[in-house]
Design a protein around this ligand. Structure first.
Ligand code: SAH
Ligand code: AVI
Length: 324
């Protein structure tokens, strides 16, 4: 019989406190910024799902193509009894891994970890119906604060971090994250890591500035979150969506550009924030990788890259790594 349980790993007020600290720090900085995890309330999670279906947004389709081709091999190499997934969202592509591991007969439980409680509920409800033999244990957590692996997970475990979400962390955050993850793995465990790859900037910019304006709405959603959670006075329409390719850093930067000079009150923080006309607020980086960079960052955290796969067009990379 399927079981679906949800655990909130962090203290009850963690997210409220973390949002306040991030907004105070990011919006009082000389170059304003916000961390991308605050996009993902219920609406933000839905908008991300809409993004994955846009003609310009190739990463989801490219990663799905690799998983379709390689899921069986991943299952037989890892023989995982537990599949942990960080930033699982809708768990849509994950079904390819669940199916392969179930066919092999090793899989007992699935542990999706996400900041978005609504996404975990929705995915958990559907998966519980589709996978009656599986124990599903959702964890609401912030993988940059605490990984959130329930203590008693059956080894060996496969930790999947798909979609290219690693690229939404800054280089130093990635290093910290991979080192902390490595400490939670034992010999025999494995990491399956999806990374978007460097390519023609025009293709990249289009993927983050689609013609239908869905990514613009996703970007502006962070302002709705601040308005709701902190009683802030942002008017999302007073900001313009910007997707910029930084050729030196090899990352896409999403920004919100103030259409006019404005002062925005954030009563919950006793703060008023001034924006000059044209001033930009960075809301996300999405780093693009090359194989060597992935291998180097993994090695720095004591992982060895064992398999590297790409889609036929070489747009997206999937790595299978082991702790060393
Ligand atoms: N893995 C899915 C979803 C990617 S969207 C896919 O490949 O399509 C990124 C997901 O990570 C969202 O569900 C978001 O809620 C979650 N997320 C973002 N930052 C997070 C953080 N710091 N901790 C936990 N989850 C996070
Ligand atoms: C979740 N993450 C990998 C997405 C990305 O492509 O960086 C988030 C996103 N931002 C804009 N579009 C999609």
């Amino acid at each position: 019989m399927t079981t679906f349980e949800l655990t909130r790993l962090l203290p009850a007020d963690h997210f409220a406190q973390a949002l306040r600290a991030d907004v105070r720090q990011g919006l009082t900085a000389d170059a304003k910024w916000l961390p991308p995890k605050w996009f993902y309330d219920k609406r933000g999670s839905e908008l991300f799902e809409d993004i994955t279906r846009l003609p310009e947004y190739y990463p989801t389709r490219a990663e799905r193509a690799i998983l379709t081709e390689r899921a069986k091999e991943i299952a037989s190499v890892t023989r995982a009894r537990t599949l942990v997934e960080l930033g699982s969202g809708s768990s849509e592509k994950t079904r390819l891994l669940l199916d392969a591991l179930q066919s092999l007969g090793t899989l007992e439980s699935y542990v999706p970890v996400d900041v978005s409680e609504s996404a975990l509920h929705e995915a958990g409800r559907q998966l519980a119906a589709e996978y009656p033999a599986l124990a599903i244990h959702g964890v609401v957590s912030d993988f940059t604060a605490r990984l959130g692996l329930p203590r008693a997970v059956q080894a060996p475990k496969l930790v999947a971090f798909l979609g290219g979400t690693l690229g939404n962390l800054l280089p130093e955050e990635r290093a910290r994250f991979l080192t902390a993850l490595r400490a939670d793995l034992a010999p025999g465990d494995a990491l399956l890591l999806g990374t978007d790859l460097v390519k023609d900037p025009a293709v990249l910019v289009a993927a983050y500035d689609d013609a239908a304006g869905v990514t613009a709405e996703f970007n502006k959603n962070v302002l709705n979150v601040l308005d709701r959670e902190l009683q802030a006075g942002f008017d999302p329409e007073a900001f313009e969506h910007v997707a910029h390719w930084d050729a030196e850093q090899e990352w896409i930067e999403m920004r919100l550009r103030s259409r006019r000079a404005q002062r925005v009150a954030i009563p919950a923080l006793g703060l008023e924030v001034d924006f000059a006309e044209g001033e930009e607020l960075r809301t996300e980086i999405s780093a693009k990788f090359r194989r060597d960079k992935v291998a180097t960052e993994l090695a720095a955290a004591s992982f060895a890259l064992r398999h590297w796969w790409t889609d036929p067009e070489g747009r997206f990379g999937l790595s299978l790594a082991e702790p060393v």
